[in-house]
Write a protein that binds this ligand. Structure first.
Ligand code: ADP
Ligand code: MG
Length: 259
């Protein structure tokens, strides 16, 4: 058996196993190994490490695309001085993602512009970076998708879809009143994730007014809140809108310039 045919067969094995990164790196690594007189073990480790890195990167990129996070902001981008009602220690603790181990939910409650979506999305990026399947949706999109699924006979598949991710972000609950059917869909998504997978949910409604989102159906609202809150971290964010803040600052500068 010649070295040449060994090499050819090794290439073929790597091709068969779809280890493209290792196959590409093979000639270079063989040269290096010969020059540095690497042991068989050390050579094999380097070759496999190349493949592991490449698969890992591909998986992470796929997780990132799947997550559909609407902005690139991470928890590190959050400006705590602008929002004193948000405790940096609590966010740091959430950022460790330990809350996901026992399917704890995170509820972010507050008026528009205070950073609820930013924090939820920041948690999403942290989860993706940790290799966890994450999915972002707004309540309105979830409702629309479930509505289509019901019409097209894909209800069960769609429910499984929302049960799948380790972290499900449901943004903007309560901005629009949900018709009974949509409320039922949201209720089912929350129920089937109960104690199995975390939900990060943002809402502009205080918990007391949740009946309003659900078509004035206090039964559904109550049952859903029960499940959401059983294991949960609730962040009540009050304070000024960040958007309005920069808007006000700009207006102030303009006013001063005019004076
Ligand atoms: P909400 O979801 O509560 O309506 P967002 O998270 O969408 O608010 O925040 C509105 C805008 O202000 C976004 O562009 C967000 O990145 C920014 N923002 C809000 N709060 C902060 C903050 N504390 N630090 C940095 N940017 C912030
Ligand atoms: Mg928002």
């Amino acid at each position: 058996m010649t070295a040449g045919s060994d090499y050819q067969r090794l290439r073929a094995h790597l091709g068969f196993l779809r280890m493209t990164a290792a196959a590409e790196a093979l000639p270079g690594l063989l040269d290096e190994a010969a020059k540095a007189k690497l042991s068989n073990q050390a050579f094999l480790e380097r070759l496999l490490a190349v493949e592991v890195d490449s698969v890992d990167e591909r998986r992470r990129a796929a997780l990132g695309r799947f997550a559909s996070l609407p902005s690139p902001f991470t928890l590190a981008d959050f400006d705590y001085s602008a929002q004193p009602s948000v405790d940096p220690k609590l966010i740091a603790e959430l950022g460790t993602l330990r809350f996901m181990e026992d399917a704890t939910n995170v509820l972010l409650i507050g008026p528009p512009g205070v950073g609820k979506t930013m924090l939820a999305v920041g948690l999403g990026h942290a989860a993706v970076a940790a290799g966890m399947r994450t999915y972002y949706t707004t309540a309105a999109d979830l409702a629309a998708r479930c509505h289509r699924a019901a019409l097209e006979g894909r209800w069960a598949t769609t429910m499984r879809f929302y049960a799948g991710p380790r972290l499900l972000i449901i943004d903007e609950v309560g901005y629009l009143p949900l018709p009974a059917e949509a409320a039922a869909a949201l209720f089912q998504v929350v129920s089937q994730r109960y104690l199995k997978g975390s939900i990060a949910l943002t809402t502009n409604l205080g918990i007391a007014s949740w009946g309003k989102v659900f078509n004035d159906d206090p039964m559904v609202a109550g049952a859903m809140l029960d499940r959401l809150l059983h294991r949960s971290v609730v962040l009540n964010i009050d304070g000024d809108s960040y958007r309005m803040r920069s808007h006000r600052a700009r207006a102030e500068t303009t006013r001063k310039a005019l004076r």
